[in-house]
Design a protein around this ligand. Structure first.
Ligand code: NI
Length: 150
């Protein structure tokens, strides 16, 4: 396992649409382990593959409910609304109030290619939306109602 460099805002890699993961192999599992380690080392609650320079549809999340890995995720349902503070490891020191769904249902694959479905709410739901946006080249600022000073 290794801590990888996090790509910062301004790098064009963060504006690209990522391609699906095709091979559920050891290389993928090493990438996921590295992403988890990189997220933890930076006190993040989520990290998407493009943030470590890999243009594949994959992210990891840990909002305190355990570590979750989402390969080829698809948000299939959203409901409700939350307004809360949000930031991103690719935009250090910047925070803003965003509007996100309160509940999301997401379908994804594990590191071994097994499909699963998760219902998430609150912070977990927000993190899923945030990370999923990264896979389409979208940063949280596009959802910000107002930036915060900290
Ligand atoms: Ni982010």
């Amino acid at each position: 396992m290794a801590i990888r460099n996090i790509v910062k805002e301004g790098d064009p890699v963060l504006t690209k649409v990522c391609r699906p993961v095709e091979k559920f192999d050891d290389k993928l599992r090493t990438l996921i382990d590295d992403m988890l380690e990189t997220m933890d080392a930076n006190d993040g609650v989520g990290l998407a593959a493009p943030q470590v320079g890999i243009l594949r549809r994959l992210f990891v999340i840990d909002v305190g409910e355990g570590r979750f890995e989402f390969v080829n995720p698809r948000i299939i349902k959203t409901s409700g609304m939350q307004e809360s503070s949000e930031g991103c490891l690719s935009c250090p020191g910047e925070f803003g109030i965003t509007r996100r769904p309160m509940f999301v249902t997401v379908e994804a694959y594990s590191r071994y290619g097994d499909r699963f479905t998760i219902n998430a709410e609150g912070l977990f739901a927000k993190a899923i939306c945030h990370e999923n946006d990264h896979l389409d080249g979208v940063l949280f600022k596009e959802h910000v109602i107002r930036m915060e000073k900290r």
